[in-house]
Write a protein that binds this ligand. Structure first.
Ligand SMILES: *[C@@H]1O[C@H](CO)[C@@H](O)[C@H](O)[C@H]1NC(C)=O
Ligand SMILES: *[C@@H]1O[C@H](CO)[C@@H](O)[C@H](O)[C@H]1NC(C)=O
Ligand SMILES: *[C@@H]1O[C@H](CO)[C@@H](O)[C@H](O)[C@H]1NC(C)=O
Ligand SMILES: [Zn+2]
Length: 512
C-alpha cells in the first residue's frame, strides 16, 4: 500500500526523456512509492496471487489519488474557467505526467511507452435553432458539427429529405440554400449531414424516431458536413406533418463552433516479466469531457489501474500484463481505436483479451457487467464475463448485465477479433426499483447524476463501490497474469465476429 510521506517533487530525468509528453509542470504527489526492489523481470519476487493482490487494495489510497487528480484538473481553470481534463488541456497533460511518473517510480518492472496520435476535437460555443415561430426545446448541435457559414445565423426553408437521407438522391434539389430535415436511422448522422452538404444545404436537422432528443455526433469530419442539429421525435414529427400538409416552414440555424485536430497521447505499460506472447490487457481513459474534471469518468478506472499497477509490481507474473491509459475516449474512442489500428497481425494475436474499466464509483451505482457473449463477440468474451459473475457471487454481491454496445474503449478490440468485456457502475442510465433493492441508492435517479458535468468531482465518488471494483480489477489481472488455463486460445483464422448485430454507439454519443 502506498505510504503517505512528505510532498516530494518528482525527479523527471530519465522517465521524462522517453516521453513526448510536455513535462514543464512539476507534479507533487502526496507520497512516494516504495522504492523498486525488483530486478528487471521480477525474478525473485513471489508469484502473483489474486487474494494477496486484492488485499493490497484500499479505498484510502484510491481516494488520495483522486485528490491529486482533482488538483491536476484545476490546472485547466485559466483556459476553461473550471477544472477539466479534456484532451489538449493542462489538466489532461498533467494527468499523463502523473500516470507516467507514478509508473517510473516502479523501476524497470514495466516497459512504459507513449503513443501520440491526431485527435479531432469539437467545441460548440453558441447555438440556436428556430423553426417557424418556435425554438424547439429538444434541439442540440451534433458532436463535431461544423459552424454555420461565417459562424453566423443562416435562414432558409425547411426541406424534407426522402427516406432517411442516406443516399445523395434522398436530398431534393430545393435543399440548396435551405435547411434539410432528415429522419434518424439506417445510416450514421455523419452520412446524412454529408448528403445535405453535397446538395448545397445551409444546415441539417436530424429528428429522432423516439420522442427523446438525440445526443449524437457526426463522427470523423468530412468537408461536406454542414452545421447539424438533432431534435426529439415529438417536435420532429410535428414539423414533418406541417410540411407534408404543404405548409411552408422557415428556419434560422446558428452554430458557432470549431473542429480542430490536436495531438494527444496514449500511455502503455507492459511488464518486462511474463510470457510476452500471451498478454492480458486492461485499460481506462485518461481524459475527461470539457464540461468537468471527470473524477468518476474516468478518473476512477484510470486510478484503479494505476493502483493495481503499483501493487502488482511486488509480484512475479507468468503471463505478460499490459495496461493502457487511452486518450480522446470522449472524442469517440480515438486513442483505443488508434492503438488497435497500429497493431500488426502478430501483435493482435499476443493480446489474449482486453478488459475495459470506465467509471468504477458512480454515486448511485449498480455493479454492472458488460453482457458479452461468445455467440456475438470474439470467443473468450463469455469466459471473462463468467470471471466477473463468479467474483461478485463469491463476495455475496448483486450484479446486473448491461449492453455491450460500443460505448467504451473495448470497441476497437472487439471489432478486431480480440475478446473483451469489463465492468462499470453506470452513467446517465436510470436506476430501477429492483436495482435500488439490489444495490441501495435511489431509484429514478441517474447512476451518476453528474455524468459529463462540472459536478464530476471529489464528491462524486462512491468509495465503497470503487474499492470493491478495484479489487475485482486486481483479481481479473492477477488471474490471467498467473494462468490462461481454461481460457480460449486466440485463433488467427477465426472469422471476426464483433457484435453480431448493429450497434448505435461509438463512444458516449450515438452515431446512428
Ligand atoms: C518497450 O515497448 C516498446 C513499445 O512497444 C518496444 O518497442 C520496446 O522494444 C520495448 N522494450 C523492451 C525492453 O521490451
Ligand atoms: C444478454 O445477452 C443475452 C444473449 O445475447 C440475451 O439473451 C440477454 O437478454 C442479454 N441481457 C441483457 C440484460 O442485455
Ligand atoms: C441483493 O438483492 C436483494 C434483492 O434482490 C437484496 O434483498 C439483497 O440484500 C441484496 N444483497 C446485497 C448484498 O446488497
Ligand atoms: Zn468514460
Amino acid at each position: 500500500m502506498a505510504r503517505l510521506s512528505v510532498v516530494a517533487a518528482l525527479a523527471f530525468t530519465g522517465a521524462a526523456s522517453a516521453l513526448q509528453i510536455p513535462l514543464q509542470i512539476p507534479i507533487n504527489t502526496p507520497w512516494t512509492e516504495t522504492p523498486a526492489v525488483h530486478q528487471d523481470d521480477g525474478d525473485e519476487l513471489p508469484l502473483i496471487d489474486s487474494k494477496t493482490l486484492q488485499d493490497r487494495i484500499a479505498s484510502s489510497s484510491l481516494e488520495a489519488r483522486a485528490k491529486v487528480l482533482y488538483d491536476l484538473a484545476k490546472r485547466s481553470e485559466d483556459e476553461y474557467n473550471h477544472p477539466t481534463r479534456v484532451i489538449g488541456s493542462k489538466g489532461h497533460e498533467a494527468t499523463l505526467t502523473y500516470i507516467q511518473s507514478t509508473l517510473a517510480q516502479l523501476g524497470s518492472y514495466y516497459n512504459v511507452s507513449s503513443q501520440s496520435f491526431p485527435a479531432v476535437t469539437g467545441n460548440v460555443f453558441e447555438s440556436r435553432l428556430v423553426v417557424g415561430a418556435e425554438v424547439p426545446s429538444s434541439a442540440a448541435p451534433m458532436g463535431l458539427t461544423p459552424p454555420t457559414r461565417n459562424n453566423e445565423p443562416v435562414h432558409g426553408q425547411v426541406i424534407l429529405a426522402e427516406n432517411e437521407g442516406c443516399e445523395p438522391s434522398d436530398v431534393p434539389e430545393q435543399a440548396s440554400g435551405n435547411i434539410v430535415l432528415i429522419k434518424r436511422g439506417t445510416c450514421p448522422f455523419g452520412t446524412k449531414s454529408e448528403n445535405a452538404g453535397k446538395a448545397g444545404a445551409l444546415a441539417a436537422i436530424v429528428y429522432n424516431t423516439d420522442p427523446e432528443p438525440v445526443q449524437g455526433t457526426l463522427g470523423t469530419p468530412s468537408p461536406d458536413h454542414v452545421a447539424t442539429f438533432g431534435i426529439g421525435g415529438t417536435e420532429g414529427s410535428k414539423y414533418v406533418e406541417k410540411i407534408r400538409k404543404g405548409e411552408k416552414l422557415d428556419a434560422i440555424a446558428y452554430i458557432d463552433a470549431e473542429v480542430r485536430t490536436i495531438v494527444t497521447t496514449n500511455i502503455i505499460a507492459q511488464t518486462l516479466g511474463g510470457d510476452a506472447e500471451n498478454c492480458v490487457m486492461a485499460g481506462g481513459h485518461s481524459d475527461s469531457v470539457a464540461e468537468g474534471p471527470g473524477i468518476n469518468d474516468d478518473g476512477t478506472g484510470s486510478l484503479s489501474l494505476l493502483e493495481v499497477a503499483v501493487q502488482l509490481s511486488r509480484f512475479r507474473v507468468n503471463n505478460c500484463v499490459r495496461l493502457a491509459w487511452w486518450a480522446a475516449e470522449e472524442e469517440g474512442l480515438l486513442g483505443s481505436d488508434y492503438y488497435v489500428s497500429q497493431l500488426s497481425g502478430e501483435d493482435n494475436q499476443r493480446i489474449r483479451l482486453f478488459m475495459d474499466y470506465d467509471m468504477m464509483a458512480s454515486p448511485n451505482y449498480a455493479y454492472q457487467i458488460y453482457n458479452a457473449t461468445n455467440e456475438e463477440n470474439p470467443t473468450g468474451s463469455a469466459e471473462l464475463k463468467e470471471l466477473y459473475i463468479d467474483w461478485y457471487e463469491d463476495q455475496g454481491l448483486n450484479y446486473t448485465f448491461i449492453p455491450f454496445d460500443g460505448r467504451s474503449d473495448y470497441d476497437g478490440f472487439i471489432r478486431n477479433g480480440i475478446p473483451g468485456g469489463g465492468i462499470a457502475t453506470g452513467a446517465e442510465g436510470v436506476k430501477t426499483k429492483d436495482e435500488e433493492a439490489m444495490f441501495g441508492g435511489k431509484a429514478g435517479d441517474w447512476y451518476d447524476p453528474n455524468y459529463h458535468q462540472i459536478g464530476d468531482d471529489l464528491r462524486n465518488l462512491a468509495l465503497d463501490a470503487w474499492e470493491v471494483n478495484t479489487k475485482l480489477i486486481a483479481h481479473s489481472i492477477a488471474t490471467f497474469a498467473k494462468s490462461f488455463k481454461g481460457f480460449p486460445e486466440r485463433n488467427a483464422d477465426a472469422e471476426i465476429s464483433s457484435y453480431g448485430r448493429d450497434v448505435k454507439y461509438h463512444g458516449s454519443k450515438l452515431v446512428v
